[in-house]
Design a protein around this ligand. Structure first.
Ligand code: SAM
Length: 277
């Protein structure tokens, strides 16, 4: 059996008794960094039977090894460095492999930085979009930033402290200046803090208070008029919807251009942009 086990995002008191029991009982604990998880287990008084490194850079080769272990009858738990496996973590791929291989699996839920920050942000929680880390590659990053302008939901991003200033500049350039933004840092830890301001105020704030620790960023979506002002329009919403339904970009170009009377080529190019290709 495979268990995806949530672990604390800072505060050890958030480790559930069930999660602790599973990590004590399983034959193998697959983790991103054996040192990080080793420290967590030690502080919880858990003596692991076996730690197995499974992370972003080795997931393609180590995922099938874990599946073989499971097939042989071993119980495996997968944990993230912090928080829920499969949330900005290679557990996502392991779940897919388990489904393909007919391996039974379950989740032992725990804290998620994104949801913890969303609640603290004071922004709308009814509808939200989890973006996680923006790509490092410039072209893909620009495409994702452009896509964010089309959302109507609170946007949740993960960001490293040394990139917070760059992110603020990028959001300003995309027309988010008037949007509310909440920076939730060091969640569940001693220096937990939530900085709530407008994007246009954030650059000055962080110039005076350099960002430190781990960050989740919650961003208010653009207003309809702002979308219009920054070149967004109803075609984006429609394109996005059709992309989510899995329609090929060529077909989207045909449908949206016919429905809204827009040039096909323009819609096609925009579909490519929004698809992140
Ligand atoms: N699996 C984790 C979860 O459930 O949230 C996320 C893993 S992701 C690799 C790590 C990122 O999550 C950090 O860069 C930061 O953006 C966010 N994060 C994790 N713990 C945090 C904390 N205590 N406070 C603020 N952000 C945190």
């Amino acid at each position: 059996m495979l268990y995806l086990v949530g672990t604390p995002i800072g505060n050890l008191g958030d480790m559930s008794p069930r999660a602790k029991q599973i990590l004590t009982d399983v034959d193998v604990i697959a983790c991103e960094d054996t040192r990080v998880t080793g420290i967590l287990l030690k502080s919880l008084g858990i003596e692991p039977k076996k730690l197995f490194c499974y992370q972003e850079h080795n997931k393609a080769s180590k995922g099938p090894v874990l599946i073989d272990m499971l097939r042989s009858g071993l119980d495996v738990a997968q944990v993230s460095d912090a928080g829920m496996p499969a949330i900005s973590d290679p557990g996502e791929d392991l779940v897919k492999l388990a489904i393909e291989g007919g391996i039974e699996f379950t989740v032992v839920p725990g804290p998620v930085a994104a949801m913890t920050a969303l609640v603290l942000s004071g922004l709308d929680t009814r509808y939200c979009h989890f973006e996680g880390f923006l790509p490092q590659d410039n072209t893909k990053r620009k495409q994702r930033l452009a896509a964010l302008k089309t959302y109507d939901e609170t946007i949740i991003l993960y960001e490293a402290p040394h990139r917070v200033a760059k992110l603020i500049e990028e959001l300003m350039a995309e027309g988010f200046g008037e949007s509310k933004i909440a920076f939730a840092r060091e969640l569940t830890k001693k220096y937990e803090e939530v900085i709530r301001l407008k994007v246009s105020e954030a650059g000055e704030y962080f110039a005076a208070n350099p960002p430190r620790g781990e960050f989740v960023v919650c961003l208010e979506p653009l207003e309809q008029e702002e979308k219009g002002a920054s070149g967004m329009c109803e075609s984006d919403t429609l394109i996005k919807l059709l992309l989510e339904k899995g329609m090929p970009t060529k077909d989207i170009a045909a449908v949206v251009s016919a429905a809204l009377g827009l040039p096909k080529k323009e819609v096609y190019n925009r579909s490519l942009e929004l698809s992140g290709r």
